[in-house]
Design a protein around this ligand. Structure first.
Ligand SMILES: [Zn+2]
Ligand SMILES: [Zn+2]
Length: 343
């Protein structure tokens, strides 16, 4: 597998290498759209297209945007920052997380249209691009997804071995769980999942005390994004994956490759591009879990990213976008438009 493409210099190298028709994957937790999300879902794809155009190639990429609704609502565990591989959901998956604004059935229904509007606005500048938005829960019954999810339920220790080997982070002997059932009764994730076969999975809920035995297809699940990534690589047949540098720092470059090799028996030909981390005003990585997220002025962030070679960008105060909510924020993306030279 090729070396990863890192930050601005990686983006420029990548633009030289590609044809412009590649399949590019980007994932997002559908739980907001802060500046860090804007950087990896809009700014970096935009800059890649811009560089391509500068080199005389028309961007015709297909962007596969994974709406990661199988992910944990919040991480919990002994100390999820120190031991990021000893984690489980605090309550449930994002699929079953209520909408904070209260207007939709869940947080995914609230944020997906906003994410779609923002990412699709890339096409205002590069009309030959294609965008596809896929909820991970909709892949549940696909062959490769099912196979890997069942294996994650049955043998999480096999994956923990890979995390131990290819990450700098310490892995505790327990808890080791990378997937589980969401209770069909109370919609919570705490309990015991036992796989007898794909036709017979048992769920014992620790919240509402129900015990249910059904085939795989019956249940809804949460699933840690690293093994889920391998399944998505296989299904989408992606050429390029763009992710934030926090994934690079967790060893994802090697972890993804080795998980893929383990389950699909060959080396992925995947190219991985990592975008810088956006540092919030408190000096920490901007993220929902750190409660330091802000909407960011998109045009100004693009200009700043275009000049930043480092693996992180420190957010200046004047880049905070003062809008009431995500819907209003999505409208600001229409403003970003670059001048194209007439041929
Ligand atoms: Zn809503
Ligand atoms: Zn329950």
């Amino acid at each position: 597998m090729e070396k990863p493409y890192l930050y601005l210099s990686g983006l420029k190298k990548l633009a030289k290498k590609v044809k412009g028709t590649e399949r590019i994957h980007i994932g997002i937790r559908p739980y907001g759209f802060h500046g860090g999300n804007a950087l990896s879902l809009f700014v970096y794809p935009y800059l890649l297209c811009k560089e391509l155009k500068r080199l005389g190639k028309e961007p015709r990429f297909t962007f596969f945007i994974s709406i990661n609704d199988f992910e944990q609502d919040e991480l919990d565990g002994p100390d999820y920052r120190r031991y990021p591989f000893n984690i489980y959901p605090k309550n449930t998956s994002l699929q079953h997380t209520p909408d904070e604004s209260g207007c939709c059935k869940n947080t995914v229904n609230h944020w997906q249209p906003i994410i779609e509007q923002i990412v699709s606005s890339l096409k205002n500048n590069y009309p030959k691009l294609k965008t596809k938005f896929i909820r991970n829960s909709s892949l549940k019954n696909k062959k490769h997804f099912k196979k890997l999810l069942i294996d994650t339920l049955k043998n999480p220790n096999n994956q923990a071995e890979i995390f131990k080997k290819y990450s700098d982070k310490e892995v505790l002997d327990s808890p080791i769980r990378y997937a589980g059932i969401i209770c069909p009764e109370c919609k919570k994730s705490h309990g015991v999942t036992t796989v007898m076969s794909s036709k017979k999975i048992q769920w014992e809920c620790a919240t509402c005390d129900c015990t249910i035995e059904r085939p795989y297809e019956y249940f809804s699940y949460w699933w840690y994004h690293k093994p889920m990534f391998a399944a998505r690589m296989r299904i989408f047949d992606m050429d390029i994956a763009m992710s934030g540098a926090d994934h690079y720092n967790e060893g994802d470059y090697n972890i993804r490759a080795h998980l893929f090799k383990k389950y699909f028996k060959n080396h992925p030909r995947l190219i991985m591009m990592f975008c810088p981390i956006l540092m919030a005003r408190d000096g920490q990585k901007m993220s929902k879990s750190r409660h330091n997220e802000e909407f960011v002025k998109i045009k100004e962030l693009t200009l700043l990213a275009e000049k930043t070679k480092a693996g992180f960008i420190i957010l200046p105060d004047e880049l905070i976008e003062n809008v009431k909510n995500g819907r209003e924020y999505a409208l600001t993306f229409k403003k970003i438009k670059i001048k194209q030279k007439n041929k």
